[in-house]
Design a protein around this ligand. Structure first.
Ligand SMILES: [Zn+2]
Length: 217
């Protein structure tokens, strides 16, 4: 089965794992469902993050890093340390975990919200959001989206999300708006810019040795 077919699967629950050479960073997508599939088969987290899996897979491809995507999943995988999703992330021992989510309701205070999971790790998400904002202002398709990585200002703080609050890695919980998730043109641009910023951060942490050459895109 091709990755695209798995991500478009509407009925079965599948945990998709795609390996990558750069083990410093891992991408996770816990609530993926295909476009127009709004409901997940679990009562803990019934609302899907439509299309988020495509974004996670694209980002991981650009970073040449592992990605784990829970598709139409029967449990809320990032709230339980016993989940196969959590255990897979743990086994990879990443320096950075990037989790891709989607919001569709009016609760978010910014179009793009980045949470580190707690106020004490706010400097990480503030830095990522500031660098990303600098790049997105140069992208006509994305420059109108508001963005914040300020734990005290965002709505989606992810304080109960165990993959994000774990002390074992630096975590970024990224919430993306529906119009961006619905447009492959927009999310590809977003992923290119986010991958660029993450490569900068990984380089500063001394974790860039396995990444492909920057000039190769
Ligand atoms: Zn989510």
């Amino acid at each position: 089965m091709r990755v695209k077919d798995i991500l478009n699967e509407k009925e079965n629950s599948i945990l998709l794992y795609l390996p990558g050479k750069n083990r410093g960073i891992v991408v996770g997508v816990p609530h993926h469902a295909p476009q127009e599939v709004l409901v997940l088969p679990n009562q803990e987290h019934p609302v899907s993050d439509e299309n988020a899996g495509f974004i996670g897979a694209t980002l991981a491809h650009l970073l040449n890093c592992p990605v784990i995507i829970a598709c139409n999943y029967f449990m809320d995988v990032n709230k339980h340390r016993t989940s196969d999703y959590y255990k897979r992330i743990q086994s990879l021992e990443p320096t950075i975990l990037v989790e891709i989510h989607g919001h569709s309701r009016n609760k978010a205070r910014f179009d793009i919200e980045i949470s580190p999971g707690s106020l004490k790790r706010n400097t990480w998400s503030l830095a990522l959001a500031a660098r990303l904002k600098e790049k997105l202002v140069n992208e006509p398709l994305l420059q109108d989206y508001t963005i914040s990585g300020d734990f005290s200002k965002i709505y989606f703080q992810a304080t109960r999300t165990l993959t994000i609050t774990s002390p074992d890695w630096i975590a970024f919980h990224i919430e993306l708006p529906r119009p961006m998730r619905a447009s492959s043109e927009q999310y590809l641009l977003f992923c290119k810019n986010l991958a660029g910023v993450l490569k900068e951060i990984l380089a500063e942490l001394g974790e860039l040795e396995h990444l492909p050459d920057q000039s190769a895109g």
